[in-house]
Design a protein around this ligand. Sequence first.
Ligand code: SAH
Ligand code: SF4
Ligand code: F3S
Length: 441
Amino acid sequence: MSAPKKLFIKTYGCQMNVYDSERMAETLGEQGYVETKSADDADMILLNTCHIREKAAEKVYSELGRFKGLKAEKPDLKIGVAGCVAQAEGEEIMRRQPLVDLVVGPQSYHRLPEMEAKARTGDKVLDTDFPEEDKFERLKRRPKAKRGPAAFLTVQEGCDKFCAFCVVPYTRGAEVSRPVDRILSEARDLVERGVREITLLGQNVNAYHGAGTDGSDWTLAQLIWELDKIDGLQRIRFTTSHPNDMQDDLIEAHGTCSKLMPYLHLPVQSGSDKILKRMNRSHTAESYLRVIERIRAARPDILLSGDFIVGFPEETEEDFQATMDLVKEVRYGTAYSFKYSTRPGTPAAERAQVDPAAADDRLQRLQALLTQQQREIQDSMVGREVGVLFEKKGRFPGQMVGKSDYLHAVHVSDCTREIGDLARVRIVSSGPNSLAGELID
Ligand code: SAH
Ligand code: SF4
Ligand code: F3S
């Protein structure tokens, strides 16, 4: 038997890419590949890329440049680019960086085995189609392979919303929901392999409308209630949601489904109605706040998370202040904020841009406020009892690290529990990026 070939995958961007990388690794496992943590001993390098902001896309080219020496030493090394940069730039990638052998878009991953074989013959291979077949069904799983207690599961992909700044509808294609039975069997398989927490993924996950077990289209809440029945699955999360798709049954589930965790990522992008309109977000600051109000009525302790863009074309200081006001009203437990980045091919790219120095200044002020809120909410956990799912050993002997119901990292010393255990923990202190707690017997 020949030695297994080694695959090095580096993942950029969102959780969906993390899920995809895992599926690609398992699929290439069928071709005799095992994963390696070092690019130096790889027979194949795959960069799973993100195109959301200019910096993210440029990172890929600088990373590729670093493989030049390696490729010169190992002519058999194959280098592939997957993900959203692959979809957006296609052949251009091979023109800009001739050492790339293979370019594969997010909807073609199931074709990787054939592509790899073709690349091995010395050909350059490209596939950025949006094929009809269901890639999820054709991607292989590594049967029964043990895995960590928390896993992602993509249930919906693509986006039809076309926010004026965003590349996702172009790189991931139209919104598609996977059928319920396929998701259930994938979830059961994950649980058999040791998974205790599943995060359902989709670019617009709460717009989920997959074929249910009774033939009708199901909502995300219906899917969650079905997953709730799986023995051994202890926690359910989902991300990312759009404010306009926060339906009543999903809001209600946050109050009634004990496996559904009290955490919701609900991006708003801006607090100014003028800017929201120009962004084509189709919600207002007020309608967003009303949704939050309903969610908090169903689950008062829910921790909210958001995404923000500052410096979107035509944003004035007054518009920015509206964003600051909205943040003060909501109080986020965690948030991601970005300076607007012009993306070729999106509607906003053609518009008059905000002065970059003003945008930088706004980003700093917004981040200071968000960090302060994050810290206050984290500190307010001290003294409370929370569930913690242990995911790994800590740096010190006897210490374990896990995630709380609210997704805070929690360290527990002298911990008698194992990885994969869900325990009740009393929070005793709050540090810069994590909490410390003790087991409650
Ligand atoms: N589907 C999610 C977000 C997907 S992209 C939603 O509807 O909100 C993740 C985040 O990246 C976005 O929420 C947005 O805040 C940010 N983002 C997207 N395009 C961007 C751009 N051109 N410049 C800066 N940030 C951007
Ligand atoms: Fe992008 Fe808007 Fe779709 Fe989110 S809803 S993925 S921001 S187009
Ligand atoms: Fe990036 Fe594509 Fe995700 S652009 S954020 S990797 S969907």
